[in-house]
Design a protein around this ligand. Structure first.
Ligand code: SF4
Length: 729
């Protein structure tokens, strides 16, 4: 008999709600759920491909343990015993710092893993935490921390009420929002345009979003900070003042005014490649349009001036009077986990609190840059990393100077991977623990609800029960926590650890945890919903949120449009928005005083593709079919100059490596810039991705330099890599 179940798609930040049609354990089709209050029926090919992900014969369904050099199927007990044997002697001999953790991007879309990782990392007690954030969004979280006092206080465009959006380094027609939950972006944009709204795109590539924008301007890679400084210069020169609503809550207006006055508009225009007249027009439009916002994504974070640029985006939003107003850049109000993710330590928001032992990289957000991981493993330093727990990540394809990290991982004394595939990274592991099918676990947007375009509470229960022999990811993380705590990995010990962890988290709210009909991670979610801003507290008959109420509303519970939240949501020591944090003002002056970029130097940037999601969706035939997508985009003028032909091979060289890649000649890309998607390079021996291996593509991160980083956060420069290009043969 055919049935339909609901599932929030866990692949990307859009969080589309899906209808999963199935007969017994077999999925017959997946489509967008029209009645969902946030995603409104939207689905992309990746959501539909969850059917193939669920059934993929390459998906791991059993732990693997390395015996005699070969990864072989094992029982869970054998796998956990092997982990104890591998990790504990290293911890005893070399300390907890000898074990590092790596957290991949899918964790942000998986509340069991995300919360479970926190428990495991605390039990492990190693400062050597690395995440995909330092090849992605960390600069935005740091600028938010410095300005608003919390890493999660990231304003998002209130597109449903906006009349003017300026976007830099973002492609929401493909992404449907990133650090921004805006499913059905195309539909939302259509509605904005019907109200007379305008979309302006700034990007070195005429992206899919630029194609539907009102205006598009090419910009030099990493020229965004120059462009934004120029906008501030024009706004302030023309007399912009803080609005009466913002003025009482903002520190630093004089400092930013002084900084902006130092900008030479002609020089800034030359540095970013956008004409002075266009800059002045955009500055005036931002100030004069009552409901307008600036938004930037990975092109603005994973680049040379990532934190500076991230700050300037919100500085422009403040100076133009567009922060925290309907239709402007607003803060979501997450219904749960606000303090779990958005809280600070006793010292408030702080960075650079300690340094890595080998490389000396400073800490940011409790982690070290992924760019430092290889060097922290290499060599004979007593303080080196000797073991790695790698969770839902594939840094062999995503880390800067990926070939170096690939080699370094091969020298570890011990490695554990938690993954749904035997990925290019997991192939180095001594033990691989299989994650579960996305259809066998519940979903709550614990992390992403900080970036919602409308406040909603949604939860989807597992479509199918856990397969025989599968272990929930929450339970996997608790068991690892038990092992590194020196406890038993048996059910009773892990349950005791779980009880202690939840009691600790509940603190005085222990009454919200028990007797409500939920266990484990769901009991934690229920408690967080109850004690959140829309929660019922302990009032069983109250009107507020509980997990049961959210479960009973498959379309989600609408908590309304985003509301102004200043000053209550601020976590800065001053209780105000810090418009001119000194570290960022210094960074701006460093840029202003620096040399202009070499105009003859070619630059490599990335690009996002609708049928791809980092490295882990390339094994699904539905997504893998069609034109080959791992191509290098080259402008026709550059192709002619370098004698490069359409469909031919080009050799791309950077400081760290060289690749040969198929060429696509297109005027989508600005002259002097080339673009290559990331997450490819599935031709490594020992990986278990048979479909992806048929058309492996090349790994763009062979060219990403582990020494070329955003100065404040150590985030890798993925956009604006200096390269040399030549025809092959
Ligand atoms: S845009 Fe696609 S991948 Fe992202 S959540 Fe929606 S269906 Fe899933």
């Amino acid at each position: 008999m055919s049935e339909v179940a609901r599932r929030i798609c866990p692949v990307c930040e859009a969080g589309c709600s899906l209808e999963v049609a199935h007969e017994g354990r077999s999925v017959t089709g997946i489509r967008g759920a029209k009645s969902d209050i946030l995603s409104r029926g939207f689905i992309c090919p990746k959501g539909a491909a969850l059917k193939e992900l669920d059934a993929d014969p390459d998906r791991l369904r059993q732990p693997l343990v390395r015996r005699d050099g070969v990864l072989q199927p094992a029982s869970w007990d054998e796998a956990f015993a092997a982990i104890r044997r591998g990790l504990m002697p290293l911890i005893e001999a070399h300390g907890r710092d000898s074990v590092a953790t790596y957290v991949g991007n899918p964790t942000a879309h998986n509340y069991e893993l995300a919360l479970g990782f926190g428990v495991m990392a605390k039990a492990l007690g190693s400062p050597y935490v690395f995440t995909a954030g330092t090849v992605d969004q960390v600069p935005k979280q740091v600028s938010s921390g410095l300005m608003f006092g919390s890493r999660m206080a990231v304003p998002v465009p209130d597109i449903d009420r906006s009349d003017y959006l300026l976007m830099l380094g973002a492609n929401p027609i493909v992404s449907n929002g990133s650090l921004w939950m805006a499913p059905d972006f195309r539909g939302r944009l259509r509605e904005m345009k019907a109200r007379g709204g305008k979309l302006i795109i700034i990007d070195p590539r005429r992206s899919e979003t630029a194609e539907v924008a009102d205006r598009h301007h090419f910009i030099r890679p990493a020229g965004d900070a120059w462009f934004l400084m120029a906008l501030l210069h024009v706004m302030l020169r023309e007399g912009a003042l803080l609005t009466p609503a913002l003025a009482p809550h903002v520190n630093g207006f004089e400092d930013i005014s002084a900084l902006a006055a130092e900008v030479d508009l002609a020089r800034a225009s030359a540095a970013c490649g956008i004409g002075m007249a266009e800059i002045e027009t955009i500055a005036r439009e931002l100030v004069s349009t009552p409901r307008a916002a600036v938004y930037g994504r990975i092109g603005t974070t994973a680049q040379k001036y990532g934190t500076l640029t991230s700050w300037l985006i919100d500085a422009v939003n403040v100076v133009a009077g567009n922060l925290d107003v309907p239709g402007g850049a607003m803060f979501a109000d997450p219904p749960a986990f606000g303090d779990v993710y958005g809280g600070n330590g006793p010292e408030g928001f702080a960075i650079h609190r300690y340094t890595a032992r080998v490389t000396g990289h400073p800490e940011v957000l409790g982690e070290f840059p992924l760019a430092a991981l290889a060097e922290e493993i290499e060599g004979n330093d007593e303080g080196r990393i000797r073991a790695l727990i790698c969770m839902a990540g594939n840094p062999v394809l995503s880390a800067p100077n990926a070939a170096r990290l690939d080699k370094a991982l091969g020298t570890l004394d011990f490695m554990v991977a938690i993954d749904i595939y035997l990925s290019e990274t997991a192939r180095h592991a001594d033990v691989v623990l299989p994650g579960v099918s996305p259809l066998e676990k519940g979903h709550y947007d614990s992390f992403l609800s900080f970036f919602m375009t409308r406040n909603v509470a949604r939860f989807s229960a597992p479509v199918f029960p856990l397969a025989n022999n599968a272990l929930s990811e929450w339970r996997i993380m608790l068991t690892l926590a038990a092992i590194v705590s020196g406890m038993g990995a048996d059910d009773a010990s892990v349950s005791a650890l779980e009880d202690g962890v939840l009691a600790d988290i509940a603190g005085p709210d222990a009454g919200l945890l028990h007797g409500r009909g939920h266990r484990g991670v769901e009991a934690w979610l229920d408690m967080e919903l109850r004690r959140g801003p829309f929660g019922s507290g302990s009032d069983e008959n109250g009107h507020g949120l509980t997990l049961d109420k959210v479960l009973a509303a498959p379309d989600g519970i609408d908590l309304g449009a985003l509301q102004p939240r200043l000053p209550g949501m601020l976590r800065t020591a001053s209780g105000k928005v810090e418009l001119a944090p000194q570290i960022l003002v210094d960074e701006a002056r460093r840029m202003l005083a620096g040399e202009a970029a070499d105009e003859d130097q070619m630059s490599l940037i990335g690009r996002r593709q609708v049928r791809s999601n980092n490295s882990w969706m390339h094994n699904l035939p539905m997504l893998a079919k069609g034109p080959f997508r791992c191509t290098l985009m080259v402008n026709p003028a550059d192709a002619a100059r370098l004698n490069i032909t359409e469909g031919g091979l080009a050799r791309v060289r950077a400081r760290t490596g060289m690749i040969e890649v198929q060429v696509e000649i297109t005027d989508e890309i600005a002259p002097g810039v080339v673009s290559l998607p990331h997450g490819w390079g599935h031709d490594m021996a020992g990986a278990g991705l048979s479909v992806a291996a048929e058309r492996p593509g090349v790994n763009s991160n062979v060219l990403t330099d582990d020494a070329d980083l955003d100065a404040i956060t150590g985030t890798a420069v993925l956009n604006g890599i200096p390269v040399r290009l030549e025809a092959v043969g």
